[in-house]
Ligand binder design. Structure first.
Ligand code: HEM
Length: 518
């Protein structure tokens, strides 16, 4: 009897184990069947693992090629493609405005990911999801980033560009060991790293009224601190409690972000108390200069009657560093790379710059330099092929038709700018770097290549980015002949999608030779 009981008991235990195994499998099978046959997006084509899971989203983040893998899928399956179980990716022209343009039914930013993107825990213009709250902050920031607002600060930007050209490029000897270049007056420069320092110096100058002064070596941590934001802050969206993990690299990353916050608070307090430390010293008194910071402090929203709080100012200035420095630096890096390896493009660009501004002792004004046609085409083409944010930022449907397809509320949707900028019907031979294609730019070209995006969430820093790029390229090519160093390879310059594109090699060595003073 006892033996029979124990057999029965063992049988029952086994059944439980079996049930514990079968239930999750049955649940998984139900989910898979539902996603393949009954999900509202089930009729859209895509790879099998994309239809049933978020596999390609994670793989893309892991391999740093999310947008490029979407591009390959769009080529294979057409537009729209089901990139993951609840997400469609488009590459047609019509859906661009329907996803990102002006409309009260516009798809929204994804809440969990967006809300994680904060340095201090406060909302900022980049991460606010609610369109009314976003509209308020955007209006309060708008003057500082408007062309007129920035033109008032042009001298600050120009001074940094001049400092960059002098400190980084002008030296009578080669300073990079083993670069193989030995001619006197020639200098090998890592334009990738130095441009990051330049744009951090410019943005901190305008946003904090005090420059990091990375270029002259005063600050050796800012670059890594801003980089740390991108490494640790977004991860909080996927792993709640991520910041409390006892892993030294994570702790160090958050300490770096905290250092940025302390710097921002100190600058703001100093500025408000009128004792920024720069007043009198070096002849520069920030209170006498219009800057993004002064504009933020003075702004009042007529609609809501509110101002920006100190907490909002601190948070937003940090976001400007994160959103504005690497994007502009990567664009300059790719522009120099493309021109440096295409003698015909370089020749045309240099001739335009030097014939318009023959006296290289003088810094061209932005108003004049921004009229250079070929330079504008070169920038447009660089941004088309290598735009650092051509990365298809996903939105969440509010339940509406997009590109002729109904997307239920909650479905993820994006239009992939990397793909649209390579549409051969709009940009013949799309992989060719050809600035001349912008000579007769059409509205369609401007929509398919939209490096600053469009609509209410487009880039607020566009004018600042253009001012930084135009002044840097003009000043640099006015004074130097640049050649890409032979050690640079296609592979080292291949795009790496870290949310913002960077070259895989994270470096671009160029050899600079000064031209005779005109
Ligand atoms: C070549 C340089 C730049 C490129 C290609 C670029 C591109 C973009 C793009 C595509 C977006 C839209 C992202 C989205 O859909 O969520 C964006 C947003 C933004 N950018 Fe830029 N950007 C550049 C430079 C800058 C600069 C210099 C700043 C500020 C100093 C800046 C600050 C921002 C901010 C704050 C947003 C969020 C705007 C909002 O949601 O209202 N960007 N940028």
């Amino acid at each position: 009897m006892a033996a029979i009981n124990s057999i029965l008991h063992a049988g029952q235990t086994q059944s439980w184990y079996l049930l514990l195994l079968i239930l999750p499998l049955a649940y998984l099978a139900t989910v898979v069947i539902y996603r393949i046959y009954f999900h509202p997006l089930s009729r859209y084509p895509g790879p099998f693992l994309g239809k049933i899971s978020e596999f390609y989203s994670f793989l893309g983040v892991w391999r740093n090629d999310r947008t490029i893998s979407q591009y390959r899928m769009l080529q294979k399956y057409g537009s729209p493609v089901r990139f993951s179980s609840n997400e469609l990716v488009f590459s047609d022209v019509k859906s661009v405005s329907e996803i990102y343009g002006q409309s009260s039914l516009l798809p929204e930013k994804e809440r969990t990911v967006s809300e994680a993107l904060s340095a201090t825990g406060q909302p900022n213009v980049l991460n606010i999801v609610d369109r009314h709250q976003h509209g308020r902050v955007r209006r309060l920031l708008s003057h500082g980033f408007s062309l007129n607002g920035l033109l008032e600060s042009e001298s600050l930007v120009a001074a940094k560009v001049d400092q960059y050209v002098d400190l980084v490029f002008r030296q009578n000897e080669n300073t990079i060991e083993g670069s193989g270049s030995s001619r006197l007056n020639e200098k090998t420069v890592d334009i990738y790293r130095k441009s990051h320092e330049l744009y951090l110096d410019i943005i901190s100058q305008l946003g904090f009224a005090r420059s990091f002064d990375c270029l002259n070596g005063d600050n050796t941590t800012a670059l890594d601190d801003v980089d740390a934001f991108g490494l640790v802050v977004p991860a909080q969206a996927f792993f709640p409690g991520f910041r409390y993990l006892p892993i030294p690299a994570i702790r160090q990353g958050f300490e770096r972000v905290a250092r940025l916050e302390r710097f921002a608070r100190k600058c703001l307090n100093d500025y408000i108390q009128g004792s920024s430390g720069r007043a009198g010293g070096g002849g520069y008194d920030p209170r006498k200069h219009t800057s993004i910071l002064s504009s933020m402090l003075n702004a009042q929203d007529t609609e809501s009657g509110t101002n920006l709080s100190m907490e909002e100012i601190v948070e937003n200035t940090i976001i400007f560093l994160v959103a504005g420095s690497s994007t502009t630096a990567v664009t300059l890096t790719y522009l120099v790379w493309e021109c440096g390896r295409r003698p015909e493009v370089m020749k045309k660009l240099v001739e335009e710059i030097r014939s318009t501004f023959p006296s290289n002792g003088e810094m061209p004004s932005y108003r004049e330099a921004s009229k250079l046609e070929y330079l504008n085409h070169v920038i447009d083409e660089t941004l088309r092929v290598h735009g650092p944010l051509n990365t298809g930022v996903p939105r969440i449907s509010t339940g509406r038709n997009i590109g002729g397809h109904y997307l239920p509320a909650g479905a993820g949707v994006s239009n992939n700018p990397y793909a649209t900028a390579r549409d051969a019907a709009v940009f013949p031979e799309p992989e060719l770097f050809q600035p001349e294609r912008w000579e007769n730019a059409t509205a369609e070209m401007r929509l398919m290549s939209r490096p600053f995006s469009i609509g209410p969430r487009n880039c607020i820093g566009r004018h600042l980015a253009m001012m930084g790029l135009v002044l840097t390229v003009t000043r640099l090519f006015q004074q130097f002949d640049l050649h890409v160093h032979p050690s640079v390879t296609e592979e080292s310059m291949r795009l790496r999608d870290r949310g913002v594109y960077t070259p895989w090699g994270e470096s671009l060595l160029v050899v600079a030779t000064p031209v005779e003073k005109g």
